[in-house]
Design a binder for this molecule. Structure first.
Ligand code: UDP
Length: 448
């Protein structure tokens, strides 16, 4: 008997990275392909706690774990520390794992590695083993196109070696794609250096990618995707497009009480406020947001830590008690699908951007690619509005409440949002792009 195809999937150990690649893995495994999913021990413990022993996910996928090199008490939200430790300790363990699988059974061989672009060394390793190397990109294709162009832009003097943007003109990769201007890059030089180094890292390992799977589709960004060689868009990988499992890959406990609360709110009335897993508002911005939501007069559901709620302006929580709900972590995809939700105030992380399609956005980007995702939302798809800053860099309560009113009264934005959602849903129909790309990919993997 010939060797069976066996896919090894390696995410970067962060919430926004794990959820989409897991959805992809479940879809591949549901087609009878053997699949090993490698988490760090820290993530593995959380994931297994969310998945019952006899769950469909555990039947389909072989979940294994390796240490991330940090101590138990280390803060894994410290991205610099986590990334450094992952790069230092994980390659040797992944190499051992691939060899162990090979040695354990003559019918067993990893035939394909699907790894996040943040762990590019895994692609180099796969090629050295003679294994197909597939990159998984978790953000917009446009940001991948920019990352792959970074060495050229560096050479052309657009950036200096620290990633500081040093020319006046915007960067345009295509006349039909929004350009990047200085406001799309970080104002903090240290953070900009970090983002820039990540882009260089991606471009450095690109020569090892046999293909790149991207959580996007041609409806969302055909221009950008055409700029990327070997791209295979298979998105959006949201729960509604996943027929094999209802597990979202979200590892924090989700407070489902907000779904009952949503049931009691009028249709299309609630402002859902959530800024993903890493963005944090300054105290002053959080106060203005609280007062802006109050001023809007709308009901709202806000994902916010309870210690932050305790620091809200005096009397605020009491004044809004009959129309506000605060949770530490929401079942976001279910919330966004609820008919009571009128708009999504978001940091524009790519997962949130995809999950929110169908609902008008109020954009409050905070970090890295979120500035560019906002351009897609506001300027290209025209499904949202941006909150502007005052001269002190604050989105004021008046700006917030007036943009809420403007957004909720815009039939055009609502119609655009529904149109984008429907276009993305269609990409998962049998003749849709994402469906056929995934099918093509699975057939290819089976032939390896
Ligand atoms: N999320 C969630 N509950 C929340 C807030 C966020 O489940 O209360 C999920 C959301 O569904 C998304 C992920 O967290 O899948 C956030 O990813 P995104 O790329 O939007 O932002 P990041 O956390 O990477 O900044």
């Amino acid at each position: 008997m010939g060797r069976q195809p066996h896919v090894l999937v390696l995410p970067f150990p962060g919430q926004g990275h794990i959820a989409p690649i897991l959805k992809l893995a479940l879809r591949i495994a549901a087609h009878g392909v053997k699949l090993t999913f490698v988490n760090t021990e820290f993530i593995h413990a959380k994931m297994m706690a969310s998945l019952p022993e006899k769950s469909e996910e555990r039947r389909l996928i072989n979940f294994v774990s390796v240490p991330d090199g940090l101590d138990t008490e280390d803060d894994r939200r410290d991205l610099i520390k986590l990334t450094e430790s992952v790069h230092r300790t994980m390659p040797a363990q992944i190499r051992d794992l691939i060899m162990k699988i090979e040695e354990s059974n003559s019918d067993e061989r990893i035939s394909c590695v699907v790894a996040d672009t943040s762990v590019g060394w895994a692609h180099e390793m796969a090629k050295n083993f003679g294994i197909e190397a597939v990159a998984f990109w978790t953000s917009a294709g446009a940001c991948l196109a920019l990352s792959l162009h970074i060495p050229l832009l560096l050479e052309a003097g657009v950036f200096d070696n620290n990633g500081t943007f040093i020319i006046d003109e915007p960067i345009s990769l295509s006349k039909d794609l929004p350009s990047w201007t200085s406001s799309d890059f970080e104002s903090d030089p240290e953070v900009q250096k970090l983002v820039f180094e990540f882009c260089l890292f991606v471009s450095k390992y690109a020569k090892f990618y046999d293909r790149i799977i991207c959580n996007s589709n041609y409806e969302l960004e055909s221009v950008a995707l055409q700029l990327i060689p070997n791209i295979l868009p298979i998105g959006p990988l949201t729960i509604s497009s996943n027929h094999s499992s209802s597990f979202t890959g979200i590892l924090l406990p989700q407070d489902e009480t907000c779904l009952h609360w949503l049931e009691k709110q009028p249709p299309s009335s609630v402002i859902y406020v959530a800024f993903g897993s890493t963005a944090t508002l300054s105290l002053q911005q959080a106060e203005e947001l609280a007062l802006g939501l109050e001023l809007s007069g709308q009901p709202f559901l806000w994902v916010v830590q309870s210690d932050s709620v305790a620091r809200f302006p005096e009397g605020f929580v009491e004044r809004v008690a009959n129309r506000a709900k605060f949770v530490e972590w929401a079942p976001q995809e279910k919330v966004l699908a609820h008919p009571s939700v009128a708009c999504f105030m978001s940091h524009c992380g790519w997962n949130s951007t995809l999950e929110g399609l169908g609902v008008p956005f109020l954009c409050l980007p905070y970090f890295a690619d979120q500035f560019y995702n906002k351009k897609y939302i506001c300027d290209v798809w025209k499904v949202g509005l941006e909150l502007e800053e005052d001269e002190n860099g604050i989105k004021t309560r008046h700006e917030i409440s007036s943009k809420i009113k403007l957004l909720l009264s815009s039939d055009v934005i609502k119609a655009n949002a529904l149109h984008m959602k429907e276009a993305c849903r269609k990409s998962w129909d049998e003749d849709g792009d994402s469906f056929s790309n995934l099918k093509k990919f699975i057939e290819h993997v089976k032939s390896l």
